[in-house]
Design a protein around this ligand. Structure first.
Ligand code: BES
Ligand code: ZN
Ligand code: ZN
Length: 499
């Protein structure tokens, strides 16, 4: 865990034992020479050139102790894209935290070298830095017998008196957002033999107890049957764990505000069902509930930030398993709004539960905006890889503002088409729609989005396919190797800023 404070000064304090400095390839060392004699030669001797991914530790003996100077490379910031520059910078911050873990530091001073970003808004930049450091501090050690005591380190950020920013607001908001994302990660990383639908529902109850502004309503099979949520029930029918539907309400103080609904796919494990996945594709399917868990984390954050909009969070929670009672290929399902879908593949289960959850949102909350978050398709991973979430919409201005916010906070989205021609890829001979795209249409992420679009009747809608971004990113030091908490930064900021 990383705790942060600000030190309003231009340079490291003399008594700090662990000093961290970020260097780009231009390596402006002049101001550091008086801190460390012969710095340039020492860095050169270590072949440190400021390249991203490089780090160098120099020691300095003073009268009574040894001081550690850590230099972390962030590469060339003069790239065409400011996204590249910020990515390299955030990864540098991730490297700072890895070094702090490796050297078991309980305290360090970090010069964040704000001059790299002279043109940026100081509040936003510092909030980004604080959030990134706290995200980098996340670890998942729950099941390791010999895991060391949880890592904890206080980072003092050096910021010159001349920089104008709202110190307490930056710390407050960054902590809420990073804590929410880390909370999401800590549940998402839980194994599927523990994190079944009831376990996740219990987590939602706990959030409700912690946040008095949130109202939690949870129901199971009987109520879902009454409501006609056949897609939701069908997907859960092969599991010994009962389905759970979690509804979380946040009411803004101003009663005339509009409503936004967040709907998250909550498949606690996706075996594929009777259309069983091959083993290599089944590993990692505990993360198939990440959409729903993100909804829980975002609801927690917006209630703590006291956002000025009504928000409803919906989490359909099921386990997709094969078994004597499971749903099958060729089944026809009648969803809550009367639309029928033909099951052509039980592994395309996410859209079936989301369809009912979207109907539920529209029937009971008439939201102006629906945003669904789902680990929906392997095809999205093929299309975009691991660094951009796939985005689909029926309302372009909404997508535009999400793109802008994602770029700013480092939670990136990339829009894919969602035009009606693709709907011809999910027609069925026997039902209103098929749950699987025709193979000659390709674009599996898009046909999946088209399926969801059919269930949106009035709302402005965005679908976020997080199949590639939810966990196990190959690089990105600050997000680590497990769940990422993707969309928490994006949607919390969106909700905070858009209303
Ligand atoms: N949960 C998977 C999608 C997924 C794949 C998430 C890889 C994360 C990583 C989803 O339920 C699924 O299996 N989709 C199928 C759809 C197909 C059968 C139409 C897929 O993508 O193969
Ligand atoms: Zn599936
Ligand atoms: Zn799935």
């Amino acid at each position: 865990m990383i705790k942060i404070n600000f030190k309003r000064a231009n340079s490291f304090s003399a008594n700090s034992e662990n000093k961290f400095y970020l260097l780009d390839k231009k390596m402006n060392l002049a101001e550091l020479e008086n801190l460390y004699d012969g710095l340039a030669e020492c860095l050169q001797a270590h072949k440190f050139s400021g390249e991203a991914g490089q780090a160098c530790l120099l020691l300095k003996k003073t009268a009574d102790k040894i001081q550690k100077f850590f230099f972390v490379g962030i590469g060339s910031l003069e790239k065409d894209s400011s996204l590249d520059a910020m990515d390299a910078y955030r990864n540098g911050l991730g490297e700072v935290v890895s070094l702090a873990k490796k050297h078991a530091l309980s305290q360090l001073e970090l010069d964040p070298c704000l001059n790299f970003f002279a043109e940026k808004n100081a509040d936003e930049l510092l909030q980004d830095i604080c959030t990134t450091l706290q995200l980098a501090g996340y670890e998942f050690n729950t099941f390791k017998k010999d895991a060391k005591k949880d890592f904890s380190c206080t980072v003092s950020l050096l910021v010159s008196e001349k920089v104008n920013f709202d110190e307490s607001k930056v710390l407050f908001e960054a902590k809420i957002i990073a804590d929410a994302a880390n909370f999401v990660r800590s549940i998402a990383d839980m194994p599927p033999n523990v994190a079944h639908p009831e376990y996740v529902a219990q987590k939602a109850r706990e959030v409700g107890n912690e946040c008095p502004d949130l109202q939690i309503n949870i129901f199971g099979q009987a109520k879902a049957e009454e409501l006609g949520m056949e897609g939701f029930l069908a997907v859960g029918s092969g599991s010994k764990h009962e389905v759970k539907f979690v509804e979380i309400k946040y009411q803004a103080k101003n009663p005339t505000t509009r409503t936004i609904a967040l709907v998250g796919k909550g498949v606690t494990f996706d075996s594929g069902g009777i259309s069983l996945k091959p083993s290599h594709a089944m590993s990692g399917m505990k993360y198939d509930m990440c959409g729903a868990i993100s909804v829980l984390g975002i609801m927690k954050a917006i209630s703590q930030l006291k956002a000025n909009v009504n928000v409803v969070g919906l989490m359909p929670l099921v386990e997709n398993m094969p078994g004597g009672d499971c749903y099958r290929q060729d089944d026809i399902i009648t969803h809550m709004n009367g639309l029928t879908s033909e099951v052509q593949n039980t592994d395309a289960e996410g859209r079936l539960i989301l369809a009912d959850a979207i109907c539920y949102a529209e029937k009971f909350h008439s939201p102006e905006i629906i945003i669904d978050i789902a680990t929906l398709t392997g095809a999205c991973v093929v299309a975009l890889g691991h660094f951009f979430t796939g985005m689909f919409t029926n309302h372009q201005p909404l997508a535009d503002s999400l793109k802008k916010i994602g770029d700013k906070v480092g939670d990136y989205v990339w829009q894919l088409p969602c035009t009606e021609i693709y709907a011809q890829g999910i027609t069925s001979n026997v039902a209103d729609v098929a749950n699987c795209g025709k193979s000659n249409f390709g674009g599996g992420a898009i046909t999946a989005a088209m399926f969801l679009k059919k269930f949106v009747s009035k709302a402005k809608w965005v679908h976020l396919d997080i199949a590639g971004t939810e966990a196990e990113l190959p690089v990105k030091s600050y997000l680590g190797k497990t769940a990422t908490g993707v969309t928490v930064r994006l949607l919390t900021k969106f909700i905070q800023e858009s209303f």
